[in-house]
Design a protein around this ligand. Structure first.
Ligand SMILES: *Cc1c(COP(=O)(O)O)cnc(C)c1O
Length: 376
């Protein structure tokens, strides 16, 4: 039985061979030598690439260490999400989405409805999606949810969905496979944006789908080939290189996020501090039950009194970039309402803790909060 950190260091690497690198470099090829019949593994660059294969084996080893699984990588998280939804749903089907999930889900909903698919939504908290499951073909979960950080019970929802003949997909972006393993909890698909904590350096867009069902994997792979939402070899290689440090980053960033959340709870002007690792958080009990200890993610969310206060705070930070996305080794924070897609207050901040020393980061946050409090 190997630990996650040990597994992550070697995930997807080929057997050691004399005079070969441990992680082979990116293979740049639009086509491969193909004498005779058009059979794989490598024929045309939209169908398969050896750099993807190694990364897919690596991610699969983390998402499903104890059972064989198939991973399909994509150009972005949205490409991966769309691949599951659009490969599995047909006109006349019903799908259940979270009402508080990733900000592009409403656009996906409009597209699904234009194809004659019924879309139902319910909040992540309190497993509310259970109430709208009857007759659905697919249940989509996002836990912890972005940016609200609510948690739902994957096992309970997956069992209820399977009883009704529905498939279950979990957006595992925030937790990463080291924080949570949805397939072990009964999901059919674990789907994620590798753009965030999985790659962790804020320099790559990537997505993936992992499933233990070969037929489901084939249909997702055929979707990738059909729409062409393929990852670049360079991005795939960078992602694979980043897997080796995933355990270190998740551990450090989760600990930093918890320390920051605790510090924020002490501030009178800060409301609604959320982080699944915080013992007082409404999600904490469930998070402890289904996530890995001490790996509750890098994200902390909280609300400042108003938009101007939040903007003063962000401008006063010196160690934290005002930028979207999360999970990077460099801390980022943003006023989430600037995007318009989430139901959040004007002063709502989504903060992602990087690998800086937590004491430095917390001191910077206190300084910036003091500055914001003094006014414009
Ligand atoms: C960022 C994100 C996505 C979309 O991923 P991209 O790589 O940006 O396409 C999907 N789900 C969640 C929870 C995300 O945070």
């Amino acid at each position: 039985m190997t630990g996650d950190g040990t597994r992550a260091v070697r995930a997807g690497l080929p057997e050691p061979a004399a005079h070969e690198p441990s992680l082979p470099g990116p293979v740049f090829a639009a086509h491969f030598h193909l004498p005779g019949d058009a059979v794989g593994p490598y024929t045309y660059g939209r169908d398969g690439n050896p750099t993807w294969t190694l990364l897919e084996e690596g991610i699969g080893a983390l998402e499903s260490p104890h059972a064989p699984a198939h991973t399909v990588t994509f150009a972005s998280g949205m490409a991966a999400i769309s691949a599951v939804l659009f490969s599995q749903l047909r006109s006349g089907d019903a799908v259940v989405l979270p009402s508080d999930g990733y900000q592009l889900l409403p656009a996906v909903r409009t597209r699904l409805e234009s194809y004659g698919i019924e879309v139902r939504t319910a909040p992540t908290a309190h497993d509310a999606q259970l109430d709208v499951l009857d007759g659905a073909r697919l249940l989509w979960l996002e836990t912890p949810s972005n940016p609200g950080l609510d948690v739902c019970d994957i096992r309970r929802l997956a069992d209820a969905a399977h009883e009704r003949g529905a498939l279950v997909a979990v957006d595992n972006t925030l937790a990463t496979p080291l924080g949570q393993r949805p397939l072990d909890l009964g999901a059919d698909f674990s789907v994620a944006s590798g753009t965030k904590a999985l790659t962790g350096h804020g320099d790559v867009l990537l997505g993936y789908v992992t499933t233990r069902d070969a037929a489901l994997a084939d249909s997702v792979r055929l979707w990738r080939k059909t729409v062409g939402a393929i990852p670049g070899p360079m991005e795939s290689w960078l992602a694979h290189r980043s897997l080796a440090t995933l355990a270190l980053r998740v551990r450090q960033q989760s600990a930093g996020a918890l320390a920051l959340a605790e510090a924020l709870c002490e501030r009178a002007e800060v409301a609604g501090v959320r982080h699944p690792g915080l013992p007082s958080d409404p999600s904490h009990g469930l998070a402890v039950a289904q996530m890995r200890p001490g790996r509750f993610g890098s994200v902390v969310s909280f609300t400042l009194p108003d938009r101007a206060h939040a903007e003063r705070f962000l401008a006063a930070l010196t160690l934290v970039d005002d930028a979207t996305s999360f999970g990077s080794v460099r801390s980022t924070a943003e006023r989430r309402a600037r995007w318009g897609g989430d139901a959040v207050p004007e002063g709502f901040i989504r903060f992602s803790v990087g690998v800086e020393d937590p004491d430095d980061l917390i001191a910077d946050v206190h300084r910036a909060l003091d500055t914001a409090l003094r006014g414009a």
